[in-house]
Design a protein around this ligand. Structure first.
Ligand code: SF4
Ligand code: SF4
Length: 168
């Protein structure tokens, strides 16, 4: 049983950490599992995306929320079981937004973490599916808990609902 730990992630922004503090993470470039999903865009993400790309093709609205849409990719790897992946996932397995603009949506930074809110506090755990699909867990010396600011953008503390359960 992991004892939850309260950590200041950004000045004045605390999170309750619910995962093993010794857990390490380093993204494995050829994995791309987390890029098979449609990514929820917060208002600020939409604004920043519009400064870099046309919104017409990549953005889809569902239940009043904006998402990066998934599309069929003409390749065998880097796709989900239905041959679809994120619009911005390039054929070489890189994210076009990250590679060409050094930027990615807030929700892409959060993976493999999951955020939920309890009594007004942001709680952070490891996403359940990440244990079996994310190749980056426990393959390096880089402790997740030491780099929470890279995974949890300050924007999360400004949102009415920062929970990561909402998916396309
Ligand atoms: S699932 Fe994990 S290792 Fe794979 S691309 Fe995403 S963050 Fe990186
Ligand atoms: S925007 Fe980039 S990092 Fe985010 S899911 Fe799509 S390809 Fe992956």
């Amino acid at each position: 049983m992991i004892e939850p730990t309260r950590i200041e992630v950004h000045p004045g922004c605390e999170a309750v950490v619910e995962f093993d503090p010794d857990l390490t993470f380093e993204c494995v470039p050829d994995c791309t599992w987390c890029c098979h999903h449609g990514v929820l865009l917060y208002g600020k993400d939409l604004h920043e995306l519009a400064q870099r790309e046309s919104l017409n093709d990549p953005v889809k609205q569902l239940r009043g929320r904006d998402f990066v849409r998934r599309e069929e990719k003409d390749r065998d790897d880097h796709v989900d079981v239905d041959d679809h992946a994120c619009y911005f996932l390039r054929d070489d397995g890189l994210c076009a937004l990250h590679a060409e603009h050094e930027w990615k949506p807030t929700r892409c930074s959060v993976f493999p973490l999951e955020v939920h809110v309890e009594h007004g506090d942001i709680h952070v755990s490891i996403r359940e599916e990440a244990h079996s699909h994310c190749d980056g867990l426990d393959v390096s010396e880089r402790r997740l808990i030491d780099h929470l600011d890279a995974f949890l953008p300050r924007l999360l503390w400004e949102l009415d609902d920062p929970t990561t359960k909402i998916e396309l």
